[in-house]
Design a protein around this ligand. Structure first.
Ligand SMILES: [Zn+2]
Length: 205
């Protein structure tokens, strides 16, 4: 399997990429054989525009950040995962020392290293090394395809949270109304679906 590389604006190629051979599994990392990777709006935007805001593609970059796969190797300090585990991954790795991270809001850490955001490579490639802390074991009833959409569903809910917490209360309500259980974004297994519903109900109250 090759990597999907955005060489420059409007030019993609499928080819071997050196990062595959360079990544080393640290004590608290796992190596994951990628199974399914979604194509996000930002991937498309990087392809059509060559950048998003301050993030400009100045060198070839592997696309893709919504992914699931199988653990193939673990570091000596890893305790919650083992080879063969089916997993999905959080695509942003925050700086643990930053204030937002320490407050539990690692997703808004300005120093987050996010897959497929220059200069960080994405995961439309054979494998990736990722921290155990941002790799999540899948229940048996969640498929690889559904798992690759977990982040999308989570982000939708987070948007609802933001809206509900501020003046835009309608966000959470509208999200729940427009995302029926059959909606593809929330077909990510009964457990996550239940938790999303509960959260939304909380924010509707
Ligand atoms: Zn995305």
């Amino acid at each position: 399997m090759k990597s999907l590389v955005l060489e420059e604006k409007m030019r993609l190629s499928l080819r071997d990429f050196p990062i595959e051979r360079e990544e080393v599994v640290g004590p608290h990392d796992v190596r994951i054989k990628l199974h399914t990777v979604g194509i996000c709006g930002s991937d498309v935007h990087y392809y059509t525009h060559g950048g998003i805001g301050v993030f400009q593609v100045k060198a070839p970059m592997i696309l893709g950040h919504e992914a699931s796969g199988i653990v193939t190797e673990i570091g000596p300090g890893v305790t919650t995962l083992k080879p063969g585990d089916r997993v999905c991954m959080e695509p942003g790795i925050p700086d643990p020392a930053n204030r937002a991270t320490r407050m539990g809001m690692y997703n808004i850490d300005p120093a987050v290293r996010f897959w497929a955001t220059p200069p960080v490579h994405g995961v439309l490639r054979p494998s990736v090394v990722h921290p155990e802390a941002f790799t999540f074991k899948l229940p048996d009833n969640v498929s690889f395809a559904e798992a690759a959409m977990v982040r999308t569903a989570g982000r939708r809910c987070a948007r609802g949270h933001q809206g509900a917490g501020k003046t835009r209360r309608y966000c959470a309500r509208d999200w729940c109304r427009s995302h029926r259980p059959c909606d593809r974004a929330v077909r990510v297994g009964s457990r996550l679906r239940t938790s999303l519903r509960q959260r939304c109900r909380r924010y509707q109250a």
